[in-house]
Design a protein around this ligand. Sequence first.
Ligand code: PGA
Length: 257
Amino acid sequence: MSSRKPLVAGNWKMHLTAAQGVSLVQNIDDFCRELKADVEVVVAPPFTAIHSASTVIDIDRMQLGLAAQNMHWEAEGAFTGEISPTMLTAARVGYVILGHSERREHFFETDEVINKKVKSAISHGISPILCCGESLDIRESGETLAFIEGQIRAGLEDVSAARATGIVIAYEPIWAIGTGKTATPKMAEEVCEHIRNILGDIFGTTIKANTRILYGGSVKAENAALFFAEKNIDGALVGGAALTAGAFNPIIAAAKT
Ligand code: PGA
């Protein structure tokens, strides 16, 4: 782990009601208060649970951050079923997960759409957590680094260095998401180092040095510390193990420097 503040983000996906979410947030916060660690902890509830989570975070003055799992790029309009960046900022949402492989695969999100969302999030003061990751086919054909480079460059197209502060990148190999298979820490580090070099090429040395890059894909209490020990991995995007305090809190503890 580097001097960058570690970030542990829990992606709840399509799980937990508003009431369950409030209870989980309270349990995570109790743990964080005891731990007193210099770790940024973020939860990404489904839209129906964001407002109640936001209210309890605010009222109880919790240090937890809030992320959305997706958003539309327009501020408002006739887009049935969509949620806008202004709705998110009104709910005190600071981050948005964009380009998750499940949205790319099941909802046909392209790099172009993801780029529109990235630029919109930034212009509304929401930090994108831009996800990238290769399929097993791509890994086995030895094209991982080139593929990731394509996703990063396309996702960040037309973003200036001045506006890139605060962007977070999550490297999540598709074959490791929800499968129980993780990349080895060395495999993850190789890709995260590559991503950092690309950021340097696009934005220069400051963004390269300061951007947090997370690993995601079957992260759990037993393996988290191994990833966090790598030089270019600054935390984790956690799915399955983010749904209970019992599974998530030890991952936060593992990020303590
Ligand atoms: P997982 O999901 O931890 O369940 O593998 C990670 C993610 O999709 O963000």
